[in-house]
Design a protein around this ligand. Structure first.
Ligand code: PEP
Ligand code: MG
Length: 459
């Protein structure tokens, strides 16, 4: 809207025509002039808009220069104050070596994306511009960033890199082996993805299916609502690539830290507990139906399941079922093929869902426990807040007991239960999860083989 402002545009145009300067300069100078005007205003609200003007002018300049948010010319470590998931997914994976951010937390979606890209991500480190362009080591294990390392340090890290690579190749021997415990209990070991380009890593790491396709990343990477056709193409690709193995597509979980401008969700006081995920879908049936049509259509091309995020009540499931039934009826009437018995499950990621999991289990085909959000809401620890990193205990008994309760209620109702939050990859808990009766673990592709090793070593 600011860019549509007549005064702003007129000022840019005037500079180009009358001062004979190029467009980039005109945008920069206009941005500076408007910044001054807003910054000098008495009213606090308008004063705060100065930074927005600057941001918009900078983005306009990078568009004019034809560069994206961060165009990498060579293999690089990206350092930033903060990286939004929407920015992260646009980075060139081929040239990206690591992320270092001042803000954020290990449970944020940016950190999760780093895991799915198999990259180190370090949080809580301030890097100033004078360090740009220097050689650096990002040690994801210790969380250290070493700038301008001396020869001995460099050598030490080359050795570490070599032994990591050896460990990885040892794990490769587990490819093709079944994921069963010593007692013969089978665990379904799946991978989490955000977009079809992650499928290569899923196959490379020998995942037995996809336990969480975070479909919202299709929305985050787009400038406008992805059409039914665009979504169908992405879901069909996943279904076909997995060739009969299970592909669980989660309906869009936007909101909180995952913002797409065109949704115009607005600012919220408490976004993690705000207008997000299934709440948006039930409120905007058109958006929801478009996505369901795409998912159901893709179900004709493989073993597709659908799951719904952020559930807190039986009533939500009933509303979802009504909408899903309408979509199926429409597809049938149009003669479009789909799996009429598509498996439909829910995520358990709110304490409410844990507490009523006995009732929810009667209404759904499976449970997938989202420990990232479940930990956030159970412990009242904002997963985005780096100040709370120290007290965020992923092994908190309240969280473990919740998982146990959900598993018991799933078993009683005769449905399967999995974990798709980051805790699924914590191999110090693999035995515990087996003991609880967890049937499925879904992890970032690079964690599939380490978890298979842990399951095979469990009783
Ligand atoms: C979770 O909350 O654990 C989860 C898997 O979903 P997301 O991390 O995308 O919120
Ligand atoms: Mg979640």
């Amino acid at each position: 809207m600011m860019l549509e402002d007549g005064d702003f545009n007129e000022a840019v145009r005037d500079k180009i025509i009358n001062q004979q300067v190029n467009a980039e300069y005109a945008a920069a100078k206009t941005g500076d002039d408007f910044f001054e005007i807003f910054d000098n205003m008495e009213d606090e609200y308008f004063k705060a808009r100065a930074a927005d003007i600057k941001d918009i002018a900078d983005r306009l300049i990078s568009c004019l220069e034809g560069s994206s948010a961060a165009e990498l010319k060579e293999p690089s470590i990206i350092a930033a104050k903060e990286l939004a998931p929407s920015e992260t997914i646009q980075l060139d994976r081929e040239k990206l070596l690591a992320f270092v951010t001042e803000l954020g937390s290990s449970n944020s979606h940016t950190a999760i994306l780093a895991k799915s890209m198999n990259l180190p991500a370090i949080i809580g480190i301030k890097v100033d511009k004078s360090q740009s362009g220097k050689l650096a080591i990002a040690d994801g294990n210790s969380g250290r960033l070493i700038i301008d390392p001396d020869a001995a340090t460099l050598e030490k890290y080359r050795e570490i890199q070599k032994s990591e690579a050896e460990k990885q190749s040892l794990l490769k021997s587990l490819k093709g082996k079944p994921t069963v415990t010593k007692m013969g209990k089978k665990i379904m070991l799946y991978a989490n993805i955000g977009k079809p380009s992650d499928l290569g890593a899923v196959l490379e790491n020998d995942a037995e299916g996809i336990g969480l396709f975070r479909s919202e990343f299709l929305y985050l990477g787009a400038k406008d609502f992805p059409s039914e056709e665009e979504q169908f193409t992405a879901y069909k690709k996943a279904a076909e690539t997995m060739a009969g193995k299970k592909v669980i597509i989660r309906t869009l979980d936007l909101g909180a830290d995952k913002q797409a401008d065109y949704f115009n969700l607005g600012k919220e006081e408490n976004p993690a507990m705000g207008y997000r995920a299934i709440r948006i879908c039930l409120d905007s049936p058109d958006i929801f139906k478009t996505q369901l049509r795409a998912i159901f259509r893709a179900s004709a091309f493989g073993n597709v399941s659908v799951m719904y995020p952020m559930i807190i009540s039986v009533d939500e499931i009933r509303q979802i079922k009504t909408i899903a039934a309408e979509v199926m009826k429409e597809l049938k009437a149009e003669g479009i093929r789909f799996n009429e018995n598509i498996e439909q499950g829910i995520m358990i990621e709110t304490p409410a869902a844990v507490i009523i999991s006995d009732e929810l289990a009667k209404e759904t085909d499976f449970f997938s426990i989202g420990t990232n959000d479940l930990a956030q809401y159970t412990l009242a620890i904002d997963r985005q807040n780096h100040k709370l990193e120290g007290i965020n205990d992923p092994h908190h008994p309240a969280l473990l007991r919740s998982i146990k309760t959900v598993a018991e209620n799933a078993r009683k109702a005769g449905i399967w239960v999995g974990i798709c939050g980051e805790l699924a990859a914590d191999t110090s808990l693999t035995q515990t999860f087996v003991d609880y009766g967890i049937n499925e673990l879904s992890v970032s592709p690079s964690f599939v083989l380490p978890v298979r090793k842990a399951v095979r070593e469990a009783q």
